[in-house]
Design a binder for this molecule. Structure first.
Ligand SMILES: Nc1ncnc2c1ncn2[C@@H]1O[C@H](COP(=O)(O)OP(=O)(O)O)[C@@H](O)[C@H]1O
Ligand SMILES: [Mg+2]
Length: 103
């Protein structure tokens, strides 16, 4: 099952189907096999930190007991706002106020 996985693997589906469990188990399995793994959660109520008994948050954090595994819990609202600002920031002054407000 873990052979020839693509570079990016997504676990998606409604709440309670096992996304977190399978993403964590897969990540540990790959890291144990010598791969360098970044486990990213975009769940605003992520419990990946709880699984590994550590605080993760919005910065990449190495998982102490699993060499090769790092994790990141992206806050989707904050990430969208950062992106909006990155695009809008440099051109804000040259746009009409009304246009800026509508973006
Ligand atoms: N393969 C599985 N077999 C049985 N129970 C599972 C399995 N995967 C997850 N669970 C259980 O189902 C519940 C929800 O799993 P979780 O990984 O938190 O789902 P999600 O992240 O999709 O909300 C948990 O109690 C978990 O222990
Ligand atoms: Mg989950």
């Amino acid at each position: 099952m873990f052979e020839n996985l693509p570079k990016f693997v997504f676990f998606t589906g409604k709440g309670g189907v096992g996304k977190t469990s399978l993403a964590c188990a897969t990540s540990v399995n790959l890291a144990d096999a010598g791969q360098k793994v970044l486990l990213v959660s975009t769940d605003p109520a992520s419990n990946v930190g709880q699984v590994f008994d550590t605080r993760i948050g919005n910065h990449i954090k190495p998982i102490a007991n699993v060499p090769g595994l790092e994790a990141l819990e992206i806050d989707p609202e904050a990430a969208a706002e950062d992106y909006r600002e990155k695009i809008l920031g440099p051109i804000r002054a040259s746009l009409p106020e009304k246009a800026v407000a509508s973006i």
